[in-house]
Design a protein around this ligand. Structure first.
Ligand code: PGA
Length: 255
């Protein structure tokens, strides 16, 4: 898998805001220490970031902390929002941007995704930016049009910081549905994205990690992670239990 270290990120979504999140993080820190070929990240809800970060520190590190969203201004009159400097203060190194739930349920646009990606990088956070098509778009053979449009929106930011921006390809029809893209389907889109990045200057295409997301589980992880252009996984449901998430980390470490 070349110089791109496999990255397994767990997106907890609106779950595990209390002590159970710290218990899970503690167990994941142990798994991460035992599987050093893999970079492991967890994304708790905002209110649990600081306590999970502290738990991970006490357990000896090796697990990155991601927020699930951010606001692209540092401070000001933006009631209810959280900025990059605040996430850094809470112990984050990462932030997930443009998840399909944010795009679909909260109307997040490609322009907002670009602004947030720029703000994350300016603030010292590593962005995991999500792209992916709906079932209708796939059936209309528009998958690559949609994914290219979404990637092109933050391409200037990605080019400015080669290797810092991670792309997560998450076909929306595979998220939380148990309907996973097969390794060939995933590889086809990952390859297309990397080819698109090949038009960028320098080594952007070689350095950019592209994660697959959508119903990744312990029993399908090896097949997906074995694809040449799949550099890891963004995991939702299976990241909420230590055993399930650990199996995915172990599958990546065994490649
Ligand atoms: P899932 O979610 O693994 O539950 O399908 C993935 C995601 O939404 O990032």
């Amino acid at each position: 898998m070349s110089e791109r270290k496999p990255l397994i990120a767990g997106n907890w979504k609106l779950n595990l805001g209390g002590p159970e999140g710290c218990e899970l993080a503690h167990a994941i820190a142990k798994t991460a220490s035992a599987n050093p070929k893999v970079e492991v990240v967890v994304a708790p809800p905002f209110t649990a970031l600081a306590s999970v970060a502290e738990t991970v520190r006490e357990a000896g590190g090796h697990v990155g902390i991601a927020a699930q969203n951010l606001y692209p201004k540092d401070s000001g009159a933006f009631t209810g929002e959280i900025s990059a400097p605040m996430l850094i203060a809470a112990g984050c190194q990462w932030v997930i941007i443009g998840h399909s739930e944010r795009r679909q349920l909260f109307g997040e646009t490609d322009d907002q995704v670009r602004e947030k990606t720029a703000a994350a990088l300016a603030g010292g956070l590593l962005p995991i930016v999500c792209v992916g098509e709906t079932l209708e778009e796939r059936e209309r053979h528009e998958t690559l049009d949609v994914v290219y449009r979404q990637v092109d929106a933050f391409l200037p930011q990605l080019e400015q910081a080669p290797g810092k921006v991670v792309i997560a390809y998450e076909p929306i029809w595979a998220i939380g549905t148990g309907r996973v893209a097969g390794p060939e389907q995933a590889q086809e889109v990952h390859h297309a994205i990397r080819s698109r990045l090949g038009r960028s200057p320098g080594r952007v295409a070689d350095l950019t990690r592209i994660l697959y997301g959508g119903s990744v589980k312990g029993d399908n992880a090896s097949g997906l992670l074995g694809c040449v252009d799949v550099d890891g996984a963004l995991v939702g449901g299976a990241s909420l239990k230590a055993d399930d998430f650990s199996k995915i980390i172990q599958a990546a470490n065994a490649l």
